[in-house]
Write a protein that binds this ligand. Sequence first.
Ligand SMILES: [Zn+2]
Ligand SMILES: [Zn+2]
Length: 218
Amino acid sequence: MAWSVPAARRLRIRVHGAVQGVGFRPQVYRLATALGLSGSVRNARDGVQIEAQGTDDALEALLAGLRRLPPPVRVAGLECDCVPPAGDDGFVIAPSETGPGAALPLPDLAPCADCLAELRDPADRRHAYPFLSCTACGPRYSIIDALPYDRERTAMAAFTPCAACAAEYADPLSRRFQHQANACPACGPRLTFCNAAGTERAQDGRALAAAAAVLRAD
Ligand SMILES: [Zn+2]
Ligand SMILES: [Zn+2]
């Protein structure tokens, strides 16, 4: 029986729309890896650039999958070019392209159902933590200093992730995989209540209660 291995093709795909800060790169990584494609995905100045190499069927499935990603991702346009095949080592999330660009400014997103469940779960390590978020929700516009959206260009640059947060960031199966604003009570920002002189009086839940008490007393 005659058979042949399908030739690998490589596509450079430029994706425009709401594709930064919405968990797009992790979703592309999971899609491409599941399809056996090699290559890379990275934030570009005007959106996201993907290089993907594999069979025609796998590449078609990737393009179809990109168009089906759920909100907050919004793909406004895809441009594809064939480029020469390369010798990749699997599929990777590559460093962002930097410089002035025209990516869409990202909105802050209300907490998702998964984050709200953690917020209310006394057994969760983010129980009652007001700054929890994930790739589907949380602040973007209000913490971003510049695009592309990476932690070092946000207000979160001042907070070094703890081991547990770093593990989530590195885990393709976590919804916090590559989550730039990942934080928890051990490593992230905290609520602090200060008096008029700037002296710290309370932290965390007590800070919220203290602020409420002052407002009620006025
Ligand atoms: Zn969330
Ligand atoms: Zn942490």
